[in-house]
Design a protein around this ligand. Structure first.
Ligand code: NAI
Length: 343
């Protein structure tokens, strides 16, 4: 299989080359993102491999179909950047449903501790031999309440980590886990009682701007907001206002609504045009990382292995257990429920 690989980073190549060689998949690495302007690079390839900020809308999918590309391999879990319904009947889509949920959950806790114990400030001070403690007072996590929205693979691990810190955990999920280990409450209760609120749900039409002016007003004053899921779960303007009003005590963001043209790139020495992001970053109580939560050795290895296996399985069988559900509307005759190929 010849695979066009978009948005290549230096950290992607070693593991993909290793598993590609082992399994007979040839990756051609392009640095550019997949967009309507770059999709012509896909002509002549059997499959296309993309990441979180590539654009796979209806126009791109139609072009892929015209070029004879029948497989899109996502090297990530989330797929909000793909028009999944439009792909039905044309391009099969496989993903990596889980690689290291620990990587993301641990990064979330790392951001929380950094923020509330002012480690980011202390690091810069001591590098400059400034050993003053003024302004570095934090608070104990022990005994505080963590609200976890979305208790799938990552949210569940984050909840367990919080319990390890002696926190009370409240959870919200339309599909609660059945083992009784978490206390599920309605969203308004979770907003009202959480000292720390962490998002671990996918970005869908329902969850778009879940955190907005109205819901921020329902939260405890001084709440610490954590988002390592998808940027558009939070209305960034409303968050900015919440911070200015001191309603939000701190925000830790690994993702941002308008990240696609900014994150993963080096803009040092440039004037960043996104005023909302620039203002957020200027706040002493906002910590931003650049969609980094997944970035561990274990996760990179697992992503490359599963993606390459997905491609090989598709080549052999025409399907894959990691194929997405296209929500084709055939609820009574869903082939995926019967573990068959969708089309
Ligand atoms: P998962 O599919 O295992 O769990 C998601 C959970 O969210 C499910 O239990 C689902 O029922 C729940 N959910 C769906 N809609 C909801 C809503 N409106 N409110 C509350 N809960 C809702 O997914 P996983 O692996 O735990 O990943 C969570 C998210 O983390 C992904 O969707 C992805 O966007 C993000 N992610 C971020 C990474 C990063 O590097 N920052 C890396 C990997 C994933």
């Amino acid at each position: 299989m010849n695979v066009a690989f978009f948005d290549t980073r230096s950290f992607d190549k070693p593991a993909f080359e290793k598993y590609g060689n082992e399994m007979g998949v040839s990756y051609k690495f392009f640095e550019t993102k997949l967009t309507e302007d770059t999709v012509r690079l896909c002509a002549g390839f059997d499959a296309v491999c993309v990441f979180v900020n590539d654009t796979v809308d209806a126009a791109v999918l139609d072009k892929l179909y015209t070029y004879g590309v029948r497989l899109l391999a996502l090297r990530c879990a989330g797929y909000n950047n793909v028009d999944v319904r439009h792909a039905y009947g044309k391009v099969h889509i496989v993903r990596v449903p889980a690689y290291s949920p620990y990587a993301v959950a641990e990064h979330t806790m790392a951001m929380l501790l950094t923020s509330i114990r002012r480690i980011h400030k202390a690091y810069i001070r001591t590098k400059d031999f400034n050993f003053s403690l003024d302004g570095l007072t934090g608070f104990d996590l022990h005994g505080k309440t963590a609200g976890v929205i979305g208790t799938g693979r990552i949210g569940r691990i984050f909840a367990d980590i919080c319990k390890g810190f002696g926190m009370r955990v409240l959870a919200h999920d339309p599909h609660p886990s059945q083992d009784g280990a978490l206390k599920y409450v309605p969203l308004d209760t979770l907003f009202a009682e959480s000292d720390v609120l962490s998002l671990h749900c996918p970005l869908t039409e329902d969850s778009y701007h879940l955190i907005n002016e109205k819901t921020i007003a329902q939260m405890k004053k001084g709440v610490v907001l954590l988002n390592t899921s998808r940027g558009a779960l939070i209305d960034a303007q409303a968050l900015l206002q919440g911070i200015k009003d001191r309603q939000v005590g701190a925000a830790c963001l690994d993702v941002y609504e308008e990240e696609s043209d900014i994150f993963f790139e080096d803009f040092s020495g440039h004037i960043v045009q996104d005023d909302t992001l620039a203002r957020l970053i200027s706040m002493p109580n906002v910590l931003v990382t650049s969609h980094q939560a997944f970035l561990t050795q274990e996760a990179l290895d697992s992503i490359a292995k599963t993606t390459t296996e997905n491609i090989c399985t598709f080549q052999k069988t025409g399907g894959s257990p990691n194929e997405l559900c296209y929500h084709c509307g055939k609820t009574d005759d869903c082939r995926q429920h019967r573990l068959e190929k969708c089309f």
